[in-house]
Design a protein around this ligand. Structure first.
Ligand code: MOS
Length: 766
């Protein structure tokens, strides 16, 4: 094993000692508490809202509805139709109708419950299939078709003839992000007439943009500061914009700071989920198993609002064929509006669904042909110089086969696979299985948007350093990764660096912290800033000690000329100050250009790609359907490992999250009514379920990344579910085509109807 420098997590001490200040820990003087009156009905026209009783309640300082909003009512990254407070109608169960500020949380919640709303119930759309039927009621003004993307690859009208044809349909479920910390925020009216909010926000700049529009304020009067986040996984974007706007409206109405914290139940019913997909694949191959064609039709549930559906489904479109050469491809991915929870960004962002389908399908092809799943992948997987279905030649070294071979060797795949298969018919009810899955994934935003970010590095006069970035840490370790880049360039220890929480007043708009882009973008910008400062320091050294800047180097917290240690880093910083040098620099990193032509789905979708493979070994109890995941081997090509413990952490968390998605998790709604509203019913994988995880990394510094590093956060979670499902097949011969692979699906091959699930917040509607 290669050794890596310094292993400390820069924000670790605050977290393990309990000193970290999370959003809900804030309690400023004179603070009021905010509460929301939510719809509790999935689809209805609002006839009348009566807030009089609520206004009379003890402790109440303000009650607001959509009529009290000064600016626009709606927000949204592409389609600004999500209401801060519903005005004309309710589109899903969790929609907010009115907000209350009161002296205590109890008073605010009590008053919110006294708000009376008269509805005219509308028919509920509970699936995208239903929503796209002609004559279906509309969720918004126009069509229920929210998104449609296509990829058209291969000239001939019809797919080329193929002796082997497979047609399969897979389904995935709604999933909840399950961050430990529910959404929380405090908003203050600012002395300049604007607003300051501090909270658990993942994407500060999109929240700021929406908040400014809703309050009708310029961006420079809206300040968003990030508190320490207890997880996000893509989830604290629109969910936090809602909370920020509501708290800000109440703060400006009352002239007092307002705190709002969602309970877990509120978080469940209001927040967006991972998109459920129905994936239909038709595959053509020759007798050896070499792929000739794929026709893919995907339908996703966008829920009540557009959110990031456009982009989530676009990633699915680009990656739907998996990391395989397919000469002829027709892909169509659509999403439809329904009256379910809206769906949006969640770690993986459109990849876990298509990876589940394509990686299951490759195993089904192997079965059909009579080859091992490893052989079938080896035969078809991308190699150097291959083209994707969007017409892009893969840049640099293509390492998917290397990753696959790596995990296969580590787990002794071929031998175990053959043995388990032979044992399926034995009488012992406990069966073993081993499964593989692999992926390729576009790095960062790709042709989805402008891709640039900034990081500010400031060396203090005593040689300590502060770093602030436009990309954020939500628990994934960006602080450590970005600090590690600075430490390496300046030749200093990590302990000298303090990473400041992101503040929109102090750093440039760097886009959203999504798409596994924090390390490459924030780190890339940190690299540029640190290089600027290093150059300044070395030029100063040349002036002070004589000679050329290139004679000097920064290493081990000191300035060196060959073997001679000239000054400590502290002394050097002091000298720079005494010489009137600026030791603050803003680095900016912009990715290489990407292109996209929507009509045929062609273009340079992402400027570069990462590759990875998982193998999972399971034990299945064929008398109960219980699956225990024993070991997972995960190999990822990440360009360059910036921080080894952080990289392992991403893989450990990613595997367990992927395992929960594969085996347990499902947010279940019945005709728009959430039947699961807390963790007593939403089953997460816990530490006790966690398998032994064997993480390994392939390094192949990417010429298109200033620090050589690419992405890991999402790759780490996107292929665990199919590896497990393939292992279940290897153990039992039962193919699960619908997630999660619950006890019933493993035992009986179908999901039993759900009975008696608690419905405390539900008002049954026709
Ligand atoms: Mo992420 S799911 O791209 O926030």
């Amino acid at each position: 094993m290669k050794s890596y420098p310094e292993n400390r997590r820069v924000d670790g001490i605050g977290k393990v000692t309990g000193k970290a200040v999370f959003a809900a820990d804030q309690s400023p003087g004179h603070v009021l508490y905010g509460a929301v009156k939510r719809a509790g009905i999935p689809h209805a026209r609002i006839v009348r809202i009566d807030v009089e009783k609520a206004r009379e309640c003890p402790g109440v300082r303000a009650v607001l509805t959509a009529d009290d909003i000064a600016g626009v009512h709606g927000f949204g990254i592409l389609v600004p139709h999500q209401r801060v407070l519903a005005d004309d109608k309710v589109r899903y169960f969790g929609d907010g109708i009115a907000i209350v500020a009161a002296d205590t949380e109890e008073q605010a919640r009590f008053a919110a419950e006294q708000i009376e709303i008269e509805y005219e119930a509308l028919p509920t759309l509970s699936s995208p299939e239903e929503a796209l039927k002609s004559g279906a009621p509309l969720v918004h003004e126009r069509s229920n078709l929210a998104v449609e993307h296509r990829v058209h690859h291969g000239e001939s009208e019809r797919p080329p003839d193929a002796p082997v044809m497979l047609e399969r349909t897979y389904r995935t479920q709604h999933a909840e992000h399950s961050y430990m910390e529910p959404e929380a925020i405090v908003a203050w009216p600012a002395e300049h007439g604007g607003i300051i909010v501090k909270g658990s926000v993942q994407n500060l700049f999109s929240t700021r943009r929406s908040l400014a529009a809703v309050l009708d304020l310029p961006l420079n009067k809206v300040q968003i500061i990030q508190t320490t986040l207890g997880g996000s996984f893509g989830g604290k974007d629109e969910a936090m914009t809602l909370l920020a706007c509501r708290a800000a409206l109440l703060a400006l109405a009352t002239g007092r700071p307002v705190k709002m914290v969602n309970s877990r139940e509120e978080s469940f019913i209001e927040s967006y989920k991972r998109h459920p997909y129905r994936l239909h694949y038709e595959l053509g191959a020759d007798k050896s198993g070499e792929l000739r064609s794929m026709q893919i039709d995907v339908l996703a549930d966008a829920g009540a609002y557009a959110s990031t559906s456009q982009f989530v489904t676009w990633r699915s479109t680009v990656q739907a064929t998996g990391p395989y050469r397919v000469p002829w491809v027709r892909t169509r991915v659509r999403a439809a509006f329904t009256n379910n929870n809206y769906t949006g960004a969640m770690r993986g962002f459109g990849s876990p669904q298509v990876n589940f389908a394509i990686e299951s399908l490759m195993d089904e092809l192997a079965e059909e042909i009579g080859k091992s799943p490893l052989e079938i992948r080896r035969l078809n997987a991308y190699r150097d110089g291959d083209f994707t279905p969007t017409g892009q030649q893969l840049p640099g070294k293509v390492t998917v086969i290397e990753a696959l071979e790596g995990v296969a060797r580590a787990c002794d795949y071929e031998k175990k696979w053959a043995e388990n298969r032979a044992r399926q018919k034995e009488t012992n009810p406990i069966k073993r299985g081993i499964g593989l899955a692999c992926s390729y994934r576009g790095v960062s935003l790709g042709a989805e948007g402008i891709d640039a970010a900034g990081t500010l590095v400031a060396i203090q006069t005593d040689g300590s350093v502060t770093v602030s970035s436009g990309v954020t840490d939500m628990g994934q370790g960006a602080q450590t990764a970005i600090s590690a880049v600075v430490a390496e360039v300046l030749g200093i220890s990590l302990s000298r660096i303090r990473f400041l929480n992101t503040d929109t007043d102090r750093v440039p708009d760097s886009g959203p912290t999504v798409a596994s882009r924090a390390t490459i973008m924030g780190g890339g910008a940190a690299h540029e800033a640190s290089m600027t400062l290093k150059k300044r320091l070395l030029e100063l050294a040349a002036r002070v000690y004589g000679g050329d800047g290139s004679d000097f180097r920064l290493e081990n917290n000191a300035l060196w000329r060959r073997q001679e240690r000239l000054a400590s880093f502290d002394e050097l910083a002091g000298k720079a100050f005494a010489n009137g040098l600026s030791l603050m620099a803003l680095g900016w990193h912009k990715t290489p250009k990407t292109t996209w032509h929507e009509e045929h789905g062609q273009g340079t979708a992402y400027f570069t790609y990462v590759y990875g493979a998982n193998a999972a070994e399971v034990e299945v109890d064929t008398e109960t359907g219980q699956v225990r995941v024993l070991d997972v081997w995960a190999c990822h090509e990440v360009g360059k490992v910036v921080s080894y413990p952080q990289a392992c952490g991403q893989v450990y968390g990613g595997v367990v999250m992927g395992m929960g998605y594969g085996l347990f998790e499902e947010y279940y709604q019945e005709r728009g009514i959430p039947r699961i509203q807390n963790f007593d019913e939403y089953t997460l994988a816990t530490a006790l379920d966690a398998p032994q995880i064997h993480a390994s990394f392939l390094e192949n510094p990417d010429a298109l990344s200033p620090i050589g590093a690419k992405s890991l956060g999402e790759p780490a979670t996107e292929i665990c579910a199919p590896a497990i499902v393939n292992a279940i097949f290897n153990a039992t011969g039962r193919r699960i085509r619908e997630l999660p692979a619950s006890l019933e699906r493993v035992l009986l091959g179908r999901q039993l109807r759900r009975h008696g699930v608690r419905t405390s917040l539900a008002k049954e509607t026709p």
